[in-house]
Design a protein around this ligand. Structure first.
Ligand SMILES: Cc1cc2nc3c(=O)[nH]c(=O)nc-3n(C[C@H](O)[C@H](O)[C@H](O)COP(=O)(O)O)c2cc1C
Length: 407
């Protein structure tokens, strides 16, 4: 059972006629997987890039495009606009953005937009020169000022061969933004400075080999995203990860535990809260070969020496800061997590049994236990990492309040 932030939420997915229209299939699939009901509205141009049948099959809803097809249930654009709780337009073409900025409703999608009075999230995607065109930029500013929301396109190599901004933002970013609009994320951490660590570390053996672990960075990145959405300033010290950092986060990339230690130390004075979600290697090879180790017939013995315990060091100099640590365990979860909170001076340890299905490394969900230094533990159900990130930040907010109340 997965906690579905979009369970039962009614989303109108508008698809306009850009080369990225095929990505609407992945977006629709992700929304459906998260429990949303999705009604797709395509422009005529969009049908040149992806078939309605594909989107209809994914969403299990008939796809509409035409204003004037007679319906038994009433006027299409009004019915759909009344039905939807939020509208997501991905991709949004320069043409559609222009029409919206000018108040034009000359097809089903643009007319639904005019008849819709809740949150609309636009995800522009187009050729870089088109995106930078001052008219397009003016239209985006006009719509932003009117309360329309945007997920900016990202930079990269575009289908037309140009490099620059214009690629449709990644699906997870689009869906996270929609979730935060629909679930009304509070701005209750506005101005709070949060230092977050994420991902694994790599401890080199020689110039081409290293010792590492299975951490993907998903938990730490989810905390960073949730914190930014709630108004915090975020510095994310990240070990190697394939994930794109959430917009608005300052990323400090590191590789080894020692580099992570240095980066964390550098930013610790600055922060009000430290969330240590990185899986820092406990040990590193005692010696690092200058050249590639050669294969030999004999056994190779590695001597490992312990890395510094970053969490414990921070705990000793925490002052009024709130420190959240993580513990991946395979047995005696609660007892070990409480002990860790006590020994390391952490205010909260988020522990999870990495042998459980749906918990731990490289999955989108987690099953966590909150453990406190006073011995209390709270078990949480299986939930998405983003939902868990919000629970952790709820807790951080309460701990800060309790700290302030106690002088
Ligand atoms: C191959 C091809 C790719 C296109 N890609 C884009 C695009 O990525 N973004 C965009 O704004 N327009 C793109 N266009 C132009 C739109 O299809 C055109 O402006 C159309 O009128 C948009 O209609 P709509 O906004 O009603 O969907 C493309 C056109 C072609 C032929």
């Amino acid at each position: 059972m997965v906690t579905l932030m979009l369970a039962g939420r009614r989303v109108i997915l508008g698809v306009a006629g850009g080369i990225a229209a095929y990505k609407a299939a992945e977006i629709a699939g992700t929304l459906v997987k998260r429990g949303a009901e999705v009604q797709v509205i395509m422009t005529r141009a969009a049908r040149e890039f992806i078939t309605p049948l594909t989107l209809q099959t994914i969403t299990r809803h008939e796809v509409a495009s035409d204003m004037f097809t007679p319906r038994s249930g009433g006027v299409a654009h009004i019915e759909v606009a009344r039905w939807g709780e939020a509208m997501l337009i991905a991709p949004a073409t320069a043409n559609l953005i222009g029409k919206m900025a000018a108040g034009i409703g000359d097809d089903l999608l643009s007319t639904i937009v005019l008849a819709f009075d809740r949150s609309v999230l636009l995800c522009p995607a187009m050729n870089t020169t088109m995106y930078r065109n001052p008219v397009v930029q003016r239209n985006i500013r006009t719509l932003s000022a009117l309360g329309y929301h945007f997920v900016e396109p990202c930079s990269g190599r575009l289908a037309c061969g140009e490099e620059g901004p214009g690629r449709l933002a990644p699906t997870d970013e689009i869906v996270a933004k929609l979730e935060s609009l629909l679930c009304g994320v509070p701005r209750d951490l506005a101005g709070v400075r949060i230092l977050i660590t994420a991902g694994p570390t790599r401890e080199p053996l020689d110039p081409v080999r290293y010792i590492s672990n299975r951490s993907s960075g998903k938990m730490g990145y989810a905390v960073a995203r949730a914190a930014v959405d709630r108004g915090a300033y975020v510095v994310l010290v990240s070990g190697p990860s394939a994930l794109s950092p959430p917009p608005g986060v300052k990323v400090v990339p590191v590789e080894t535990a020692e580099e992570m230690h240095l980066a964390v130390n550098q930013h610790f004075e600055w922060c009000d809260v430290a969330v240590k979600a990185a899986a820092v290697a406990d040990y590193r090879p005692q010696t690092q070969a200058g050249g590639k180790l050669k294969k030999r017939a004999a056994n190779l013995t590695l001597i490992l020496e312990p890395n510094r315990d970053i969490l414990a060091e921070l705990g000793r100099r925490k002052g009024r800061r709130i420190i959240v640590g993580f513990a991946a365990e395979t047995e005696q979860l609660e007892a070990r997590a409480v002990l860790k909170a006590q020994k390391k001076g952490a205010d909260l340890i988020v522990a999870n049994d990495v042998t459980k299905l749906g918990a731990g490394f490289d999955v989108d969900t987690n099953i966590a236990v909150f453990a406190y230094p006073d011995g209390r533990t709270v078990s949480l159900p299986l939930m998405e990492k983003l939902a868990l990130a919000h629970r952790i930040l709820d807790e951080v907010r309460e701990l800060r309040k309790a700290g302030a109340d106690n002088g």
